[in-house]
Design a protein around this ligand. Structure first.
Ligand code: MRU
Length: 355
């Protein structure tokens, strides 16, 4: 079980974020008091990971609402639309951000009462989104555990990037499955890709594993296929930033190469993500917006430039793994082969809306 890594928490009238840009060298927190600072924290990746930025944006919407000092209800709703525009501009790929902002807008619109009552309700709604995410991740962990290869041996699981407690409100998606496997005594070890250019695997996934005593081996990204060829990997489990209706999945750059290598070696490749990461409005993955990042992230390692002047850069932060490479998408509602994802979720999402 997670020993309490909670990257986004409401704390003494502000939002306390674990500063993920400083790990693993330093564990520190940043208290966010206004929506502008929340937008900066998301853009600069103090908080990162699809579900975590959704939760952060939900609290950011509340902080924006709290700033509204007038008593005009429609004025508050108009102000919130502006807050939403600011937060939507922070990062384009993870759909959880847009999902959480929309949840907050809908909550404000649906809540009758005074400005201060709506503001109070928005804080409750953000807190619920946060609490629900932890529960959802635990359900993903349970379903994922049941879907892992049924072997008498303990499993060796490879993951890419960080889809752990740090990337969610707590527990994690891909790393949630790994945590559940560890708790159940079914895990031998995690292989963590370093995840160039921002090193989320090296800096964050290994840090989480070390916190919990989960055996972890760090791989340079170039080593994954070799390890598969050597028979060192039983399954791959990664997270997602946005899943199209047909199951095509955007996740951290490099995920697609891992999926191709897994297919070549007959190794099951799973996506673990909450339903809020599924974007049914997009029929397929080529429509997913891919964030381009600062070239510095590619050419600087630490403060050292690793190539000569005059070189050009290509800087996608995510890639799209086609559905046919994915064995199963592990959600809080169960595990679906990509071609059954839309139908499988529809029943659950309709039931939630009616409830
Ligand atoms: O750029 P990041 O660090 O926000 O990217 C994170 C990932 O790609 C994760 O794998 C994904 O968000 C899933 S997190 C549960």
């Amino acid at each position: 079980m997670s020993q309490g890594i909670f990257p986004v928490q409401w704390h003494e009238n502000s939002v306390r974020l674990i500063d993920q840009t400083r790990l693993p060298a330093e564990y520190s927190v940043v208290d966010i008091h206004c929506v502008d600072d929340m937008a900066t924290a998301i853009t600069t990746m103090i908080v990162r990971g699809a579900p975590a930025i959704g939760v952060a944006a939900a609290f950011g919407m509340y902080l924006g609402a709290r700033d509204y000092a007038d008593s005009d209800r429609q004025g508050l709703l108009d102000h919130l639309e502006q807050v939403a525009i600011l937060l939507r501009q922070t990062r384009p790929t993870a759909v959880n951000l847009f999902w959480a902002i929309d949840q907050m807008l809908k909550a404000a619109q649906a809540r009758p009462g005074s400005v201060s009552e709506i503001q109070a309700y928005l804080l409750q709604t953000a807190q619920k989104i946060c609490d629900d995410d932890i529960r959802t991740c635990q359900q993903i962990g349970d379903h994922g555990l049941a879907a892992l290869p049924n072997s008498p041996e303990k499993l060796r699981i490879l993951t890419h990037c960080n889809a752990g407690a740090l990337a969610t409100a707590g527990y994690g998606t891909a790393l949630g499955v790994i945590r559940s496997a560890w708790s159940a005594g079914r895990l031998e070890r995690v292989y963590a890709d370093e995840t160039r250019p921002r090193w989320q695997g090296a800096k964050l996934t290994t840090w989480e594993c070390v916190q919990e005593g989960i055996p972890v081996t760090l791989l340079a990204d170039t080593m994954a296929a070799h390890c598969m060829q050597q028979g060192m990997i039983d399954a791959v489990v990664v997270g997602a930033d946005r899943i199209a209706a047909n199951g095509d999945t955007a996740n951290k750059i490099g995920t697609y190469s891992v999926a191709l290598a897994a297919q070549a070696h007959g190794i099951p490749f799973f996506i673990a993500a909450p339903a809020s990461t599924v974007d049914l409005a997009l029929p397929e993955g080529s429509l997913i917006p891919i964030e381009q990042r600062d070239p510095e992230e590619v050419y600087l390692v630490g403060n050292q430039r690793i190539c000569p002047e005059g070189v050009e850069f290509y800087t996608p932060a995510f890639d799209v793994t086609p559905a046919h490479l994915i064995k199963g998408i592990i959600t809080e509602f169960g595990v679906f082969p990509p071609e059954r994802l839309e139908a499988g979720l529809a029943g659950h999402l309709n039931a939630e809306h009616q409830g």
